[in-house]
Design a protein around this ligand. Sequence first.
Ligand SMILES: [Zn+2]
Length: 278
Amino acid sequence: MVRKFMRYPGGLGKAVTLSYDDGVQQDIQMIALMKKYGVKGTFNLNSARFITRDHVYPEGKVWRAMIDEDVVPTYSDPICSIATHSAHHPTLTNASEAEIAHELLSDRITLENLFGKVINGHAIPNGPYDEKTIKVVKMCGLKYMRTGKSTHSYEYPKSLIPLHATCSHADPRLPELTERFLADTPKEDPFLFYLWGHTYTFEERNNWYIIEDFMRAVSGKADVWYATNDEIFDYAEKYDQLECSADGHIVTNPTDIEIWFKVGSRIVSVKSGETIRV
Ligand SMILES: [Zn+2]
């Protein structure tokens, strides 16, 4: 038997990704910061909550949904990907299976038609979920389901449904975890620093510096892959498709991309359609 551990494209052992909810107007400023620092992420949208340009919010209202005409231009930027967050943002544990399916599928179908691409991630609205939620998320063909739970770990997640984040940007442990992540080296499974939150809270608490400090700290590192949620989980799905001989020494890559992994102290790759010995 040969022990192999996934490595990201280029043989990298660490990845950083963001996950931001609700599709609010402050996402525009967030995307500008992501582009400045080269940090990628995924925005989880409620397609039934977008507003028209003439909508007027009460004075001082911080939570402001994205204007419908701005949705596609904003989130089509390659620095981000899109996932579902339910159409209307209900608490799913109060809903029947049919109601959950309606919320998830109507959001998914609307977003897929808007963006013209397959969307298969989800972030739980309001936080609570149960076995019924998990069942329906899987039935709706969604591949990952982010919760509001923090692991305070950057080990690669053992499960994608449910998928727990490293932490939220409001977590007081963020600076300490970021520092440890940057200094640490993965020995077996790769690292994934998964940060989540809502961008409207930066305006509400006047603390955009929290996310800018984070992005500045993690950006430009030669050993880190900056990727959207979908890029990471799609890559991992293809890694899992590698075919190995019974003794593990022969590896075939049936996928359409080059796949990297660690064997002993070596980092090796197997190109699309190639068979190698390790
Ligand atoms: Zn939300």
